[in-house]
Every structure is written in structure tokens, then in C-alpha cells.
Design a binder for this molecule. Structure first.
Ligand SMILES: [Zn+2]
Ligand SMILES: [Zn+2]
Length: 498
């Protein structure tokens, strides 16, 4: 239902400018607003409420309002909003922006459908002095399509660099538990999960409750408080034929996958990819059965470029086997050997908010370390897609691996592709930190090539290995073992194109 725009007579002036068509709404801050409302208040408005109407079209999924005003002589303008039918939130003088979506909203505001028609900004004027005129401006952004969600309107850290985090954990929004005041188990609040991750000094986490997106609202609330750890929209799409983490979106995704085929899973996979998110396959090798319903991955007809990442190590099964079939290695190698560029990641699959130190699957074990241009959701997704990332099996604060490949004309970094002809001699450079007296192995097309295994002599080492490209060679990655032969680091591949 679309209502015509109604222009009310108000005590204040307002105007609509820069109205855009739906197709032009791109990212909130990099594009122009849907509309900008401008006006002013003076002493006549003192201790009154003003309604500033504006119209939104059909099919809006999310609205963000940025409000600024001239605070001259302690002028204060409180902020709230009404939809065409009812009150939708109030933040008084405490916020200068808020978001309302059909799934979640800034604290103080009410999530839910955004009906088309006339909305009203609700302005309260608790203080304005005689002879003061204060201009205000409200920039209103709307989205009508699936879109990557940032819970914060700026990067957590603007510096480019390597950032450490965990892509898999559960709160009381699904089956995550922790001890209640009584000492008995209770559904674990999101706050406790994020706090546990912050206590491990992680740079980012994705909270991946099963099939629901109800935790998004808590993450939106917590992000400004935990402002040194990026909270990434995530969920574990949990089907009868496998579990898949998806990252980047808070929109509802129809997880009901009734056959082990892409024709059934595309309804959620395609939405995630079209919005710029990530589809990742979890604990692919875990057997499905009554102990773990639908846990093993069984959907094998997915076209190329739908899956972006594979969880090669899942904390929940690391105590059973690090390198065996129960983990995600086989699926990762299969997809790589099909010629796909798939980034390996790790996830703890923590269900206890790290409180049970007797188990191995605590938040941050394993961690995935990603090179990002800044610490934001969009940069994290781009970093994952670039493949410049590695898995730190034990989730240390400082172990490190980076891999480069070079021939006589070019040097490429981890995740990138080197043009190399058959019989070309290339140099693989592996920079390793924190693995003194350990060894590095090269894995070529999914198989360890023992003749290239090298010892790591120092805590910070640059190991160089010369390798002759053969006709089947599409990618090489590196595994690092410590001096007790425990797997501690896994790089992502460098790729070759003939
Ligand atoms: Zn799972
Ligand atoms: Zn899980």
C-alpha cells in the first residue's frame, strides 16, 4: 500500500531534497541519502513536540536516520520517530543516529516491518533560549534489498592490517549455554558470549546461532560498548543435509532445505551471495546421525563461485582429530581441485561462552587471521574473498604465516594467482613467526609433497622453496608444525594459471 505524501502545516519549516529512486540506494554512507529534511526551531518551540513528516515507498527493509543540529547556547533537540500507524522509538538527546529494520533496531527503537506512507520524525525541544534559532538536518537512508549489515557506522579500526577472530559460536538465541546465578545451565546471553571473546583480545567474532537472526538486535546494542571487537552478522544455516555459516546479512533466510541439492539450498545461498556476503561450509566431515543431526555436508551439486569459504577446522571436533576426515579438509581440497578459489577458515563452535576450560572448543580456538584494509564488516568480507588469510590452530595472539609465489616476472601474495607455464621454476616464500624448530610442509593440489618439507630455524623465519610447476598444478598452500609435530598454522593457497 502506498500513500501519497502529505504535507502538514507545521510550526517549523521542512523540505524534501534529493529524492532518489530505489535502484540508487547503495551503501549508507557512500551514497546520497534517500532524502534530507531540513528545518529550524526557535523559542516558540520551547517545551513542545514537533512532527516532521516524510514519506517512504513500498518494500523498505531498513531505514537509518542521521540527525544533526546547531547546539548553540545549549539548545537541545530530542529525537524519536512514528510510523504511519504507531510509535517506533525514542532516543531523546542521547543518539544522533538510529536504524530500524524489519529484523532488528537500535536500542530505543522497535524492529519490524516498515510500512509505506507517511512517517514522522518526532522532535522534542526541552531547551532553547530566547532569540536563538537552531537549524537541524535529518539525513534518511533506506534499503529495499538484501544488504550487508554493519552494526556500527564507522570502522572499529581504520588501520590496514592482520586481524584475528572466530567465525563460529552460539548464544542462548540457539543452543549456547552458560551457568546461571543458581549454578545451573541457562541459555547464555549474547553479552556473555561477546565478553568472553573480548577477554581473549579477539579483533572480530561472528555469532552464528542456528537458523535464527534474533541475535542481531543484541549485537547492534553491544557493538558501541564492545567497540574494539568487530561484531560480524552471522548465522549457522542448519539443514538436514549439512551446516553452513553465512556472514554479512541480518535478513531472514529460508533455511528449510528439503533435499540435498542446490535447487533447494539456492534460495538462501543466492541471496547471501547477491548481497555480497559469504557462504561457508561447516564441519563438513562430521558424520550425520542421531549424535549430530545433519552435521556432515551432503549437498554436492553446488555450482562454482557459490561457496566462498570452508571451515577446515572446527573447535568442537578438534579434540577428536585435527587432520582426519572429520574436519573440513577433504571438502576444501575437492573444491580447490575443481579450480575454485576457496578460503580456508576456522571456527571454535563454542556453545559454553568459553566457561568450560576443560574442553578445547573455547572461543578463539582456532582463530582465523585476515588481512583487511580496515576493521569493518565490509573489509572483513573482502579480506575473506581475497584469500589473504590463515588459520591459527591454537588461537595464539601472535603466530603468523604469509605465503608468496614468484617467477621471473611477477610476485603474488596468498590468495592471488600467478601466471606460470608448465616447467616454470617458481619460488614459494613462507614467512613464519612462532614456530621455531618446527617444520613447514607444502600441500600441492591437496597432497603433501614431502620432498619440500623444511625446518624452521628461528622464531621469525623466511623459508624459501623452489618448485617446478607441473601440468596439473593449480594451487599450493603451507602447513606449519611445532617442534612436537602439532599442526599450528595453515595458510591459504597461492594459485597458478597456465
Ligand atoms: Zn553445526
Ligand atoms: Zn555451530
Amino acid at each position: 500500500m502506498k500513500q501519497s505524501r502529505i504535507v502538514c502545516a507545521l510550526l517549523i519549516l521542512f523540505q524534501f531534497i534529493s529524492v532518489k529512486t530505489n535502484a540508487q540506494y547503495q551503501s549508507e554512507l557512500s551514497s546520497k541519502p534517500f532524502l534530507t529534511l531540513k528545518g529550524s526551531v526557535d523559542r516558540k518551540s520551547f517545551q513542545t513536540y514537533l512532527e516532521v513528516p516524510f514519506a517512504i515507498p513500498d518494500n523498505v527493509k531498513r531505514m537509518t536516520v542521521y540527525f544533526t543540529y546547531n547546539r548553540n547556547q545549549r539548545t537541545t533537540i530530542d529525537l524519536g520517530i512514528l510510523d504511519p500507524e504507531k510509535f517506533r522509538g525514542w532516543s531523546g538527546g542521547t543518539r544522533d543516529s538510529f536504524t530500524i529494520s524489519d529484523q532488528d533496531a537500535t536500542p530505543g527503537y522497535l524492529a519490524g516491518a516498515l510500512p509505506a506512507g507517511q512517517w514522522k520524525l518526532l522532535l522534542g525541544i526541552p531547551n532553547i533560549k530566547e532569540n536563538v534559532k537552531a537549524n537541524y538536518e535529518a539525513k534518511i537512508y533506506i534499503d529495499t534489498d538484501y544488504k550487508i549489515t554493519e552494526f556500527y557506522d564507522r570502522p572499529i579500526n581504520t588501520k590496514p592490517g592482520w586481524y584475528r577472530g572466530d567465525f563460529h559460536m552460539h548464544s542462548g538465541n540457539s543452543d549456547g549455554k552458560c551457568k546461571a546465578q543458581s549454578g545451573l545451565d541457562a541459555p547464555c546471553p549474547v553479552f556473555k558470549v561477546v565478553e568472553a571473546a573480548a577477554n581473549k583480545s579477539l579483533d572480530f567474532i561472528a555469532l552464528t546461532d542456528h537458523n535464527t537472526n534474533s541475535h542481531a538486535e543484541a549485537l547492534r546494542e553491544l557493538q558501541p560498548y564492545f567497540n574494539q571487537i568487530l561484531l560480524v552478522p552471522g548465522r549457522e544455516i542448519t539443514t538436514f543435509y549439512g551446516h553452513s555459516n553465512v556472514f554479512g546479512l541480518t535478513d531472514f533466510l529460508d533455511f528449510r532445505t528439503l533435499k540435498p541439492s542446490y535447487s533447494e539450498s539456492k534460495k538462501w545461498m543466492d541471496i547471501v551471495n547477491q548481497a555480497g556476503g559469504i557462504v561457508s561450509i561447516n564441519h563438513a566431515g562430521v558424520p550425520s546421525g542421531e549424535n549430530c543431526m545433519g552435521c556432515g555436508w551432503q549437498i554436492n551439486d553446488i555450482p562454482k563461485n557459490v561457496i566462498s569459504t570452508v571451515e577446515i577446522l572446527n573447535g568442537g571436533s578438534m579434540n577428536m582429530s585435527l587432520e582426519g576426515k572429520i574436519q573440513g579438509w577433504d571438502l576444501w581440497h575437492k573444491l580447490l581441485n575443481e579450480g575454485q578459489h576457496i578460503t580456508a577458515i576456522g571456527g571454535s563452535d563454542d556453545h559454553r561462552s568459553s566457561e568450560n576450560s576443560a574442553t578445547i572448543d573455547n572461543i578463539g580456538r582456532p582463530t582465523t587471521v585476515i588481512f583487511m584494509k580496515e576493521l569493518s564488516v565490509n573489509a572483513l568480507l573482502a579480506g575473506l574473498k581475497s584469500g589473504k588469510a590463515f588459520v591459527d590452530v591454537e588461537g595464539t595472539p601472535d603466530r603468523f604465516i604469509d605465503v608468496f609465489a614468484a617467477n621471473t616476472s611477477e610476485k603474488i601474495e596468498m590468495g592471488s594467482t600467478l601466471k606460470a607455464k608448465i616447467a616454470d621454476l617458481i619460488t614459494i616464500s613462507i614467512i613464519v613467526k612462532g614456530a621455531q624448530n618446527g617444520k613447514v610442509e607444502l600441500v600441492v593440489n591437496g597432497k603433501v609433497e614431502n620432498q619440500f618439507t623444511k625446518n624452521i630455524p628461528t622464531n621469525e623465519a623466511n623459508v624459501e622453496i623452489n618448485y617446478k610447476i607441473d601440468k596439473n598444478n593449480t594451487h599450493i598452500y603451507a602447513k606449519v608444525y611445532d617442534d612436537k609435530n602439532n599442526l599450528i598454522l595453515v595458510s591459504n593457497p597461492v594459485y597458478f594459471e597456465k
